[in-house]
Ligand binder design. Structure first.
Ligand code: GRG
Length: 304
């Protein structure tokens, strides 16, 4: 696709600022009973984050917009969809950080929710963020058939056949060596499914036709996987102490990663291929998909 001259950093900063406002508005006020639960939900969601998933919703929406549809209704629906994927993402991070999972004390440079509040509150915060996401989808002011499609997509992508299933495989694989294919399946469910759903949700909300959806699907699956490959590369390149790690395990010697399965050069090669696949899939969508192309560049080139 010929690269349009666009100011992507300014677009992204604008979208990030916008979704922060939307999230602030859709979350219950910290003063509403039960106040501690609402405070913890707000803490989990509003504490920073790159907002990649929201940006994917907006960019896919732009790429798929159908002439003649009421712009304001579509904008509201995209806001709801973008907020929904960020709420689900926040819930997954809160639960992933719990002592029964990764037992992490820091997230986004601050104490994790169970450290800042307590374990039961963190569990409930995640539990409450998830239905709030689906409530937002249910309130999208677009054709009911599209609301149903979007809701089903997000439910499927985040359940046992998607994100939660991927997490279950990840938990079960601690201490094991996974083949590159098994690793791909685990990550495409655990991390890729929500990233993919973000792209497809943007397309659905904006009324994308079947050929546009096909391009979005190919783009989304390449970008979803690329995100995890970058994460694994960053784990190693940001930590020289990992040089002696065991094949198939992460820096802590526990979890399988792309670097441990393919080596650093192999992982970088895979990343290059995925980037090219994502870019090529956007060609039929034309210049309207420029921001999606830039997000692929951003994901591949990110350093945190
Ligand atoms: C516990 C239900 C449940 C699911 C957990 C996605 C997931 C499944 C856990 C996240 C664990 C993790 C750190 C995975 C690595 C890749 C990843 C999703 C990183 C965090 O996403 P970013 O970088 O985070 O988009 P920000 O903070 O920018 O939103």
């Amino acid at each position: 696709m010929p690269r349009r001259s666009i100011d992507f950093p300014a677009w992204l900063a604008g979208r990030v600022q916008h979704i922060e406002t939307v999230l602030d508005q859709v979350l219950p006020p910290a003063t509403t009973t039960p106040a501690r639960l609402h405070e913890s939900m707000r803490y989990a969601v509003l504490g920073g984050g790159k907002r990649v998933r929201a940006a994917l919703v907006y960019a896919a929406g732009e790429a798929s917009l159908q002439p003649g549809t009421a712009a304001s209704a579509q904008e509201i629906a995209l806001d709801h969809a973008a907020a929904a994927v960020e709420l689900i993402h926040a819930y997954s991070l809160v639960h992933d950080d719990l002592p029964c999972m990764d037992d992490d004390a820091l997230r986004r440079g601050r104490p994790t929710v169970h450290v800042q509040f307590d374990e039961a509150t963190a569990m409930l915060a995640g539990d409450a963020l998830q239905p709030l996401a689906f409530e937002l989808l249910g309130m999208m002011p677009i054709a009911p058939a599209l609301v149903v499609q979007g809701t089903q997509l997000l439910a499927r992508s985040t359940g046992s056949l998607g994100m939660v299933g991927g997490q279950a495989i990840d938990c079960a694989s601690v201490g094991c060596t996974l083949t590159p294919e098994a690793l791909r399946q685990m990550h495409s469910m655990k991390t890729g499914a929500l990233l993919e759903a973000s792209v497809l949700l943007g397309g659905i909300v904006a009324g994308a036709g079947s050929s546009a959806r096909q391009g979005l699907e190919t783009y989304a699956s390449a970008v979803g996987l690329a995100f995890q490959v970058v994460d694994d590369i960053l784990d190693v390149t940001a930590d020289t102490a990992t040089l002696g790690k065991t094949a198939g395990k992460d820096a802590a010697g526990n979890k399988p990663t792309y670097v441990s399965a393919l080596g650093l050069d192999g992982a970088r090669g895979l990343l290059k291929d995925l980037h090219a696949q994502a870019r090529a899939a956007l060609l039929p969508l034309g210049p309207a998909a420029a921001h999606l192309g830039c997000i692929a560049d951003y994901i591949v080139g990110r350093d945190h």
